[in-house]
Design a protein around this ligand. Sequence first.
Ligand SMILES: [Zn+2]
Length: 169
Amino acid sequence: MNEVIIIVDMLKGFLQPGYPLFCGEKARRIIPFVAELLQKYSPEERIYVCDHHPPDDAEFKIFPPHCISGTEETKIIYELVSCPGIIVPKTRYSGFYKTDLEGKLEKLVPKRVTVVGVCTDICVMYTVADLRNRDYRVWVPIKGVASFDEEAHLFALKHMQQVLGAEVN
Ligand SMILES: [Zn+2]
């Protein structure tokens, strides 16, 4: 299909109750939509960008410790395990920072990159920004993104559409 889907942080640490950065029950509502959308892509076209922190990561000055490498929190939620893909571990909001995402996309040369996952206003938005800085055509399906902060979610949707030039619908 020559398209790619980037699945941001659809991990137990963000979408399974009980973990420090659980995004809430409302965020879990995107799971069936994402699971269905992933069926349209082959494993080579699915790229999971996944939080993966060292135990003393500087990000823990901003957020409580979460998704430390090797823990259960860094695993993809079980609803999506039947849709395997390429795994890109990341330590910052953008899926591009100190990862090989750029090289992977350069090999795939996608006509369009779809971005789904959590949180709309954090890792989704910074990854979309870096995709648009590289002139990729980006689609953000509203039903496929969520945040623990509804106000920030709505701001990010507007920003990605009006300022970053992504298709948001
Ligand atoms: Zn993190």
